[in-house]
Design a protein around this ligand. Sequence first.
Ligand SMILES: [Mg+2]
Length: 307
Amino acid sequence: MEKDKILVIDDSAVQAEYLCSILSGDYEVSACYTARDGLAKAKEGGYSLILLDVVMPDVDGFMLLQELKSTVLTKHVPVILLTSLADVQYEERGLLLGAVDYVAKPFSPVIIKARVNTHIQLYHYQTEFREQAMVDGLTGVPNRRRYEAESIIKWQEATRFGLPISICMMDIDHFKSYNDTFGHPAGDQTIVSVAQTAAAHFRRATDLFARYGGEEFVAIFMGNDGPSAFQFLKTLRQAVEELHIPHNSPVSQWVTVSVGGVSLVPKVSDDYHTYLKLADTMLYDAKRFGRNQVVWCNENKDQLRER
Ligand SMILES: [Mg+2]
């Protein structure tokens, strides 16, 4: 297993070297001697813990701590403050600013090691928890919470850069009767297979595909103009049917999906939720017209249908 990385920021090279010598057996330790270098290094990412000296010239540890906690790239990394200021007020200030712990100098190697171990373990639990909170437990694809948090950002980017963006909703056809016939474990497996097929389809860095709930999925993707988005969704529908998962629905002998989509170049005055709803209306139409098909429209509601 790879060693966790620790960043030591201390204006005293002697202190920094001492910490490195204590911790370098179990961890990969780097040292910086100014707040400025420390911030730049921390922003490179990959650290599981930062040990930060409070008393430094120019920018002190408290100011740097504030900066670290308000920077997206570093705000989750735990910071332990190191200081000789054995004063409760300082301790409070550090903890209020978001430090996880406070160690007064001179410190014993045993105590430093123990605290570092504890906080690195906690950091791993928290990281795992944050990731799980954004991932659908059954399929491993992003969940609705993540979709709702990130889709808006993608919409805003498309608006700012004048890029075409598409929203699609997708539903497994006659899924209730599938569950009734084949049982819930098989139903779950089918959801997983469909999700993985779709996730492999939406694989560009700017694509976001998520499980919306039950047998329903949602995706937002940038860069395709209307006709090419429609083609793209058609190949997705086909890929699901070609999994050849047996089903005896009125539509097909295989498991199939209905897909609704909308594409547009959003203007500042356009509301994202209006178009999410429009994608849902297209999905509804796809079901109404007989399922196992894609129904797509543009901002003028000109519709394209498969077959
Ligand atoms: Mg110092």
